[in-house]
Design a binder for this molecule. Structure first.
Ligand SMILES: [Zn+2]
Length: 276
């Protein structure tokens, strides 16, 4: 999965004292795109290339290297171009630890962008001088990084699993997935999402693994469960274009090996019997 980058390590402890050096890597985002050189190899600009006079915000360390975010920077730099983060996810020339750094940087960048102004009183927020937080100087509102929990669900029916494909966006095989609603447990999200998307009731809900998914500010929790009663599928046609029971050996995996969804489909395809 994208976060499995051993022997590399992402250390996202906030470092108040970190200052960029000319060689520090800098992430620059414009909506869903990141400024990168993808021309046969993969690199992102340095602090010197972005400009040492720009506002560079400490993000995290990848091994010993501190990464910074250039906020409010939208210029082109020769040799680099804005490239969709989703395209970089499947780019073979980019090493996984670099891709994971970009996805994590995207999550932090989106959070900084969305908390430029106070949601309580509308004033401009400042970076906290104590921790990773945005603080409103007017009303004192303190906003910490936001993570949205969501579930990925492998629904098992004997030797078959429920495979879906979304109507919009990612066009490869997927599993039932959805965001947790306020007031809901993860297990309740599992049961509700499977019912909403496919009309199937489930039992024996069992946790599998989790995955940070910064492209969508998510923390994904993967669960397997079994169909309970009728196996008839009533697909939500607004959300899905495909939902079918697929035999283990017929499961077609995603092209990349980055997602929790793909790992869960692979675990079932490989014949694991301990998933529920
Ligand atoms: Zn405020």
């Amino acid at each position: 999965m994208i976060q499995d980058i051993y022997p590399h390590k992402l250390n996202n402890q906030y470092d108040l004292k970190a200052v960029p050096s000319p060689n520090s890597p800098v992430l620059v985002f414009d909506g869903p795109k990141v400024l990168a050189d993808t021309n046969g190899w993969f690199r992102i600009p340095s602090a010197e290339e972005v400009g040492m006079d720009k506002e560079l915000v400490f993000l995290f360390r990848l091994d010993d290297t501190a990464y910074f975010l250039a906020r409010s920077f939208k210029d082109e730099i020769p040799g680099y171009k804005f490239t969709d983060v989703r395209a970089i996810r499947d780019l073979e020339d980019a090493e996984k630890h670099h891709k994971f750094a970009i996805m994590t940087g995207k999550h932090l960048s989106d959070w900084y962008r969305d908390f430029t102004f106070c949601g309580r009183c509308g004033n401009r927020m400042n970076k906290s001088e104590k921790e990773r937080a945005m603080v409103c100087p007017e009303c004192g509102n303190t906003a910490y990084p936001r993570i949205m929990p969501a579930v990925i669900v492998g629904v098992i029916n004997g030797e078959r699993i429920l495979i879906t494909r979304y109507r919009k966006g990612y066009q490869h095989n997927a599993l039932v997935a959805g965001f947790t609603e306020i007031g809901e447990t993860l297990e309740e999200t599992v049961a509700r999402e499977v019912m909403e998307e496919t009309g199937v009731r489930v039992k024996n809900i069992k946790y599998y693994k989790s995955q940070p998914w910064g492209m969508a500010s998510d923390l994904l929790a993967g669960f397997f469960c079994e169909v309970d009663g009728s196996t008839e599928i009533k697909m939500d046609e607004n959300e899905l274009q495909y939902a079918e029971w697929v035999k283990r050996e017929d499961v077609v995996l995603q092209p990349g090996r980055n997602s929790l969804t793909n790992e869960m489909m692979m675990a079932f395809k490989d014949g694991r019997k301990d998933l529920v």
